[in-house]
Every structure is written in structure tokens, then in C-alpha cells.
Design a protein around this ligand. Structure first.
Ligand SMILES: [Zn+2]
Length: 295
């Protein structure tokens, strides 16, 4: 999108959409990849309000420049962005806080370097969409054979963030997924983005991880262990030929993954439930009735 962001109000929701063609009939949900400047600005302000030392070193001067400008002009608004308020601009935010946040958004929108940031984000959307579309039949076959789900009627908005920002979340309101491009096809100066845990089809694996997170799927207490077995581990194994165990995923979930591993393998062979949703219910029942340490 060539229009200058500086000419738009930051909180007007300047959205560039990039939709997966409907002609691809698969069990996959439709993902609408988009750069939402308002959403990007909120996340940027959270980043600027946090510890910049955790950001890639080569982008540090750009982020410091943005922080100095917003801090100077937004009358303390940046202090509000400590990871909590920025993502919930709603009536619970007091009037003066809202005014400060609005000022911070406007200041950011006027900054040419933020426009550059948005343009880089837009460039990454094309890479994400191309990868998702090109390999859709492979992803559909893999996802379907693991989960036995047909999500072809479902639709999610993927709010794409700059490749330098940490991302990976599902937001239930509005069926939103937050993601950023991770891969090899990006300008050299952004190659920091290819981190050590990168593997082939990384984006699809974690986009489908976030799809499974949505409120109408796997709404049980052990859901994250099951999501990670299905995507971080089994999809990774099939798409990138990387076996497990050892398990991939959050450390806190690994004991549950180890406990249900045998049952999970049986599920993949056609037992323990028709779909992954049945399997999740089965795990829930077994975990709540089993003595501690047993399954
Ligand atoms: Zn997760």
C-alpha cells in the first residue's frame, strides 16, 4: 500500500488486506493476513515502553529514536504502555489515560521511521501469504491427518507484526491471530529473525498452533500440551523431518506431554477419539480421575 501513513490518523484502523484465495478448498481455515497500523502501533508502544535491550541490536538505534520522540511529545503516555493497557483501549481506561494514549499513537504515526517500520511489515505479509498459499495442500493434508478436523468454514484475521517484534498469540475477540514472518526470505538486515529454533514451514506450524487455541477448540485444562503435541511436535516432525521426543514447547507443559504421549500416539493411529477434540475430552476425563502421577 503506497499511501503515506503519516497522512492517516493512527487510530483510524488503516488496514491493508491480503486474502488467501477462496479457490483453495481444503480443511484449512481461511486466513486473512493484514497489516493493521493501529494494532502495530499499540504493539510498538508496548515495545518502546519495555526493555529495548531485548530487541535486535541492529534495530536498537531506530527504536531508541522512536522512544525519544514519543516520550517527548506524548506527555508521559509511554508510561502507560507496560504491556497491559495498550491492548485494551476500552471504557475501563480512564479519560486522561485514553487522551495520553491517543497522543502517543498520533506522535508515532507522524514519525517517518514508524512508516518505514510499517512498510517493512507490509513486505513480510507477501512472504507469509505466498508461503501459506503455495504449500496449502501440504498443510491441509498434514493438519487434517493429525487433528482429523475440517476447519474450512472458519475464518481468522492474522494481524501481522514487524518481523523484529515477538509475536504469536490468539485473540478470541474477533477471531484474531497475531503473528510475524519468520523465515529466510527477508532482507539481509532483518536476518536476525531466523532464530535458532527455526525449521521449514515454521510459520504454518505456529499459525495452526494459534488456530487451535481459539475459544471453540480444545477448551480443556490440558489443551496447551495437546496443541503442542499436534503442531510444535507432530507437524514439525512431518513438515521438517524433526522427530520427538524430546518435546518442543513450553517447559511447564512437558510433564503433561510426556504423560499423554502413548495415548497421543494411539490417537494418531486412529484410536482414542474421532478428532483431536474427542481426544482432548478423553485426556481431560482421564487426568481428572487418575491418581497423581498416573494416567
Ligand atoms: Zn500456545
Amino acid at each position: 500500500m503506497a499511501a503515506s501513513f503519516a497522512s492517516n490518523k493512527c487510530n483510524s484502523g488503516n488496514v491493508a488486506k491480503s486474502q488467501t484465495p477462496r479457490s483453495i478448498r481444503t480443511c484449512l481455515p481461511t486466513l486473512d493476513f493484514e497489516v493493521d497500523t493501529k494494532y502495530c502501533a499499540r504493539k510498538m508502544l508496548i515495545t518502546l515502553g519495555g526493555n529495548l535491550n531485548e530487541c535486535p541490536l541492529n534495530l536498537l538505534p531506530r527504536l531508541q529514536h522512536l522512544r525519544a520522540r514519543v516520550t517527548k511529545e506524548a506527555d508521559g503516555g509511554l508510561d502507560l504502555f507496560n504491556g497491559k493497557i495498550a491492548l485494551s483501549v476500552n471504557p475501563t481506561v480512564r479519560r486522561h489515560q485514553y487522551a495520553q494514549m491517543t497522543q502517543a499513537f498520533k506522535t508515532l504515526a507522524r514519525c517517518p521511521d514508524f512508516q518505514k517500520w510499517i512498510n517493512e511489515t507490509r513486505a513480510s505479509v507477501g512472504l507469509l501469504k505466498d508461503e501459506w498459499t503455495k504449500h496449502a495442500p501440504l498443510y491441509a493434508q498434514t493438519f487434517s491427518s493429525i487433528t482429523k478436523l475440517d476447519l474450512s468454514g472458519m475464518n481468522y484475521k492474522v494481524k501481522v507484526l514487524h518481523p523484529a517484534l515477538p509475536a504469536g498469540a490468539s485473540v478470541n475477540e474477533g477471531d484474531i491471530i497475531e503473528w510475524r514472518y519468520v523465515g529466510e526470505h527477508f532482507p539481509e538486515y532483518l536476518r536476525f529473525n531466523v532464530h535458532t529454533s527455526y525449521f521449514m514451514h515454521f510459520n504454518a506450524t505456529f499459525l495452526l498452533h494459534e488456530v487451535l487455541h481459539h475459544k471453540n477448540l480444545l477448551g480443556v485444562s490440558h489443551n496447551h500440551a495437546i496443541i503442542q503435541l499436534a503442531t510444535d511436535n507432530e507437524m514439525r516432525k512431518r513438515l521438517a523431518h524433526l522427530d520427538y521426543p524430546p518435546f518442543e514447547g513450553h517447559k511447564c507443559d512437558i510433564p503433561v506431554m510426556a504423560k499423554i504421549y502413548d495415548e497421543w500416539q494411539d490417537f494418531l493411529k486412529g484410536k482414542n477419539g474421532t478428532t483431536i477434540l474427542d481426544f482432548a475430552k478423553r485426556v481431560e476425563r482421564t487426568m481428572t480421575s487418575a491418581p497423581p502421577g498416573k494416567l
